[in-house]
Design a protein around this ligand. Structure first.
Ligand SMILES: [Zn+2]
Length: 196
């Protein structure tokens, strides 16, 4: 019977999307320790991605401490057309799509007359429609940033020294958690003994 749950707030696990009750420490589905989200940084995620290490990287719309919301909004509005906001948070593929599309549009304007001559302007029509549709990503991103829905990558294994030992790190973390649990157990036992 779920009685207390009616009053408990829920939130979405940023890693697996499971709806979790507020106050729990670990996601019951994917095992993410939620306290790690508080100290996970975008900088770590960018470093890892540059090394093509995508383990322990998750996308979250809750901005980490090292991503400024003001900067993100300004970058999206003023440099968004080149993908500036994507490069800022390390969404490199999305940034590259913006940049490529922008360059293609620029070239289209420069070579407008030559392109218009091909197929009575058919090529130019197709090109401008395609590029225009891709560029809809820009107002979409502004919309998402303003609504706090724009997702930013963060590294959740707390790697900060730039070494590629994530597997070892997670083992270390597990043992830390285990020893913490033992301490808690010991504390509880002591309290019980004290009561006797
Ligand atoms: Zn999860």
């Amino acid at each position: 019977m779920k009685i207390s749950t009616n009053y408990a707030k829920k939130f979405t696990c940023p890693r697996c999307g499971l709806r979790c009750y507020e106050g729990i420490e670990t996601c019951p589905d994917c095992g993410l320790v939620f306290s790690r989200l508080e100290i996970a940084t975008n900088k770590d995620a960018k470093q890892k991605m540059r090394r093509h290490d995508h383990d322990f990287i998750i996308m979250t719309s809750k901005l980490p401490s090292d991503v400024s919301r003001t900067k993100l909004i300004l970058y999206t509005i003023f440099f968004g057309v080149f993908g500036g906001h994507c490069f800022y948070v390390g969404r490199y593929w999305r940034g590259a799509t913006f940049l490529t599309t922008f360059i293609a549009m620029f070239l289209m304007v420069v070579f407008n007359s030559s392109l218009a001559a091909i197929g009575n302007g058919a090529l130019l029509g197709v090109l401008s429609t395609t590029l225009g549709l891709i560029m809809l990503m820009w107002p979409w991103d502004i919309f998402m940033v303003v609504l706090k829905k724009f997702k930013v990558p963060i590294a959740i294994d707390l790697e900060s020294n730039g070494q590629n030992n994530s597997a070892k790190k997670s083992v270390d973390l597990k043992s830390t958690i285990n020893s913490d649990e033992n301490t808690i157990k010991e504390d509880t036992t002591q309290t019980k003994e004290g009561e006797k």
